[in-house]
Design a protein around this ligand. Structure first.
Ligand code: IMP
Length: 280
């Protein structure tokens, strides 16, 4: 609420906190206060003196509590893994609510052509329909030889290329379509580097986080670069992890496991920037 910052301690009496509030500010506060504060204002008797309000002690206590209350921030996701990760990083500073926590079961549109556009679309939807400050993310894989595909279509790449599949087999179907496309490219387009056994395709995972906070919009991007291989290796992770080897490693994300991946991933990097901003 930011209201308490406007109070000042009475210098001659440190033992009883006697904050003052200008009458106009109190009226403005009523207009933007949430229910709890609103009822405090209405139920408490004020002493109005010289256009200032001297607040009774009980209200002071409530208002101080209000100041210390954690700010709520919605993460526009219901992905339990992502929510756990975010709460571990921001949980001491913010109460992080999921979409279901705020009663949002809508199919939020994601029609952007970039990760930033999609993330912002989701964050704005929550702000506009539910009133909360909010952040949202969008991620995917970008392959250099395919001019950035699958990009924003990463989650539905097989379907977009007319490949029917069972929902449970989505990740495999997406990787198969991608590897088939890469294999069919003319050699000079894919052969930026080659090994004895296979071609390397430069690629990166990218995450964009859009934040709507205190009336402003912000973006935080995270990237992890690497290359793709033409066989699936490893059982960890999800999505395209079995075919992606991050720079500086010789194992796929699916082989490296979550501990290593979470330390260097695109998502971790974007979230670290978000956390740095919010904690500053
Ligand atoms: P989301 O925006 O985080 O839901 O990611 C969209 C899609 O991008 C996922 O369904 C995956 O196909 C792909 N993707 C995003 N992040 C990763 C990752 O860390 N590993 C593998 N695939 C990913």
């Amino acid at each position: 609420m930011g209201v308490i910052q406007k109070y000042t301690k009475r210098k001659d009496d440190e033992s009883t906190i006697s904050p003052f509030l200008l009458l106009d500010e109190a009226k403005a506060m009523e207009q933007r206060a949430d229910d709890e504060t609103f009822s405090c204002i209405n139920n408490s008797s004020f002493n109005v003196f010289d256009n200032q309000i001297i607040m009774p002690k009980d209200l002071q206590t409530i208002m101080i509590k209000e100041e210390n209350r954690m700010k709520t921030l919605v993460f526009a996701s219901n992905n339990t893994h992502k929510l756990e990760e975010i709460r571990a990083i921001l949980g001491e500073t913010f109460e992080i609510k999921s979409l279901s926590d705020i009663g949002c079961y809508d199919d939020i549109p994601e029609t952007g052509m970039t990760f930033r556009e999609n993330a912002l679309q989701k964050a704005r939807y929550v702000k506009e329909h539910f009133g909360y400050d909010c952040f949202a993310d969008d991620s995917g894989l970008e392959v250099e030889a395919l001019n950035g595909e699958p990009g924003v279509f990463s989650a539905r790449y097989a379907a977009k290329n007319g490949q029917a599949h069972a929902p449970a087999d989505k990740d495999n179907a997406n990787m198969d379509v991608l590897l088939r496309k890469l294999a069919s490219l003319p050699a000079q387009q894919t052969a930026d580097k080659t090994t004895d056994t296979q071609t390397k395709w430069n690629a990166c995972f990218r995450t964009s986080v859009a934040l709507i906070y205190a009336g402003e919009e912000h973006f935080f991007d995270g990237i992890v670069s690497g290359h793709l291989i033409n066989e699936k290796r490893g059982t960890g992770g999800f999505g395209y992890d079995p075919i992606f080897i991050p720079e500086g490693y010789d194992k796929t994300f699916a082989e490296l496991g979550n501990d290593v991946k979470n330390g260097i991933s695109h998502r971790a990097r974007a979230v670290a920037k978000l956390a740095q901003f919010l904690k500053a």
